[in-house]
Ligand binder design. Structure first.
Ligand SMILES: C[S@@+](CC[C@H](N)C(=O)[O-])C[C@H]1O[C@@H](n2cnc3c(N)ncnc32)[C@H](O)[C@@H]1O
Length: 479
């Protein structure tokens, strides 16, 4: 029974089909809305037409305009085929461009992202039709609405049921995609039309393209802020306060720093001036002090600010809790692999530290991905054209060599200087040009250098007067 019906339908097509000169056909001016076939598929398709000719009729509308069959038409042209079978497209009142889009969606293998783009195109056409309809009705009733001139093919008919009222939900069903995906395609088209075309052509994934568009708009924002902040890049934009961090932080206005980076004494008996004992407290005394300065740091953070704390193995587990107790949300627990450290004889060598990256508000924070991205394997190993040109985010293990005695960057007479390669990405990632960055344990002023060179404002606090003076000199050479 079913077979009989198919045969009948085929017979029907055959009777309605005509052979016409290829020259008499022309492509619809909006044919490019429909994505082209991928090259390999197209090669196979061309080979088939070369062998068997055009067997499926090309669908046309009045004036012999092609609304379905662009690939067959182009292949025939390339192969010098003179006459091709055509059939009148059963538009049933549909707009021809919508017909084209739907035909492509039904026949061809398209990804969900591509179908979302076609659904978006249909929505665009529908809204154009609606605008015209309103303008026409305004004209009929003597209203002031006027149709905007359009560069597209005249729309022959709106269809039996009013297509202008079709909602995104209905279109989503037709194209078998979620409304969310259509909305994402629409947003991408608005902010990054080139990336949108790549998604429609199947060369790029929508999520990747959207991420890329978001990053680009962040980059533009960064450039704008940088330009605005540059004239103020002078000594008035940073200071080193000599004193105790809890006391000095209390003097600052609350909610003013976008980023606080803290590399405190680790209670390991290092002499920062007042002797080794000052850095060898009981666990209780050390943790009670840490609670106090963490609280003071949180107070000065903006609502969308972040606190980054570096600590060694001994107190890492305690810090996880202390930061949570202070009301912060941990976004990442980063391991800094220093590439080499203290060699042990009967235990694993110590060559890493912990960086807790915490935010005040888990939904609102500054995160400039470009500052912490690297080339992906797709880019560097496989030269894959689909690779995101801006690479992928760093892993949560950062491999950055620590500064040894003879490192070029190493300053004399300071025991625990961090490499700029470690602090710079943190400053760039978690703050914007012009923002205030605070380091409550400024030491040799590494955070200050990273901040000033990237056009941030900076306040460093340091309890050792010699270090404070020295950090000031170091930063002023950079500012
Ligand atoms: C681990 S070092 C920081 C090193 C710094 N990140 C750098 O790259 O140079 C800790 C610093 O905190 C300072 N410090 C210790 N107790 C302090 C306090 N209560 N207030 C402010 N600074 C303090 C020490 O003098 C020392 O310079």
């Amino acid at each position: 029974m079913v077979q009989l019906r198919i045969r009948a339908a085929n017979a029907d097509i055959k009777t309605r089909m005509k052979l016409v000169p290829l020259k008499s056909l022309r492509l619809h001016p909006e044919a490019n809305r429909v994505p082209r076939m991928p090259p390999e598929q197209n090669a196979e398709f061309q080979a088939d037409i070369a062998e068997r000719g055009v067997r499926v009729p090309i669908e046309i509308i009045a004036g012999r305009v092609i609304v379905d069959g662009r690939s067959r038409y182009l292949a025939a042209r390339r192969l010098g085929i003179k006459r091709v079978p055509v059939i009148r497209a059963p538009l049933n009142g549909d707009d021809p461009v919508i017909y084209m889009l739907r035909a492509a969606t039904k026949r061809r293998h398209l990804t969900d992202d591509q179908r979302a783009c076609l659904a978006r195109e249909e929505m665009e056409i529908l809204s154009r039709i609606a605008t015209r309809e309103r303008a026409r009705q305004g004209g009929l009733t003597g209203g002031r609405g006027r149709a905007k001139p359009s560069n597209s093919l005249p729309i022959t008919s709106v269809g039996k049921q009013s297509r202008t009222k079709t909602s995104r939900g209905t279109v989503a069903v037709t194209y078998r995609v979620s409304e969310r995906r259509i909305r994402a395609a629409q947003q991408l088209k608005q902010v990054a039309p080139q990336l949108y075309e790549q998604v429609k052509a199947g060369e790029q994934r929508l999520t990747v393209a959207k991420r890329e568009a978001d990053r680009e708009s962040k980059r533009q924002e960064q450039r704008r802020l940088s330009r605005a902040a540059r004239p103020h890049r002078d000594e008035s934009n940073w200071e080193i306060r000599y004193g105790d961090c809890v006391e000095e932080l209390a003097k600052l206005k609350p909610g003013t720093a976008r980023l606080v980076f803290a590399d405190p004494p680790y209670n390991q008996g290092i002499d920062y001036g007042p002797g080794r004992k000052a850095d060898s407290l009981s666990d209780e005394a050390y943790l009670a002090w840490c609670r106090r300065w963490i609280k003071a740091c949180v107070r000065v953070l903006t609502d969308d600010g972040s606190l980054w704390v570096m600590i060694s193995d001994e107190y890492a587990d305690h810090f996880g809790l202390l930061l949570r107790e202070a009301g912060l949300h941990r976004r990442s627990w980063i391991k800094w692999y220093e590439t080499f450290g203290v060699n042990c004889t009967n235990n694993f060598n110590r060559c890493s530290r912990h960086i807790f990256y915490c935010v005040k508000n888990p939904r609102r924070f500054v995160f400039n991905a470009d500052a912490v991205s690297r080339p992906s394997d797709r880019q560097s190993k496989y030269a894959d054209s689909r690779a995101n040109p801006h690479g992928k985010l760093w892993d949560n293990v950062w491999c950055i060599p620590r500064l040894v005695e003879n490192s070029r960057e190493r300053l004399p007479d300071f025991p625990t200087q961090l490499p700029l390669a470690l602090v710079r990405p943190i400053v760039l990632c978690a703050s914007q040009p012009g923002d205030l960055v605070i380091d409550p344990f400024s030491g040799s002023g590494t955070t200050g250098v990273a901040s000033v060179e990237s056009v941030r404002r900076f306040i460093g606090i340091e309890a050792n007067q010699k270090f404070a003076r020295f950090a000031g000199e170091r930063i002023s050479m950079r500012s």
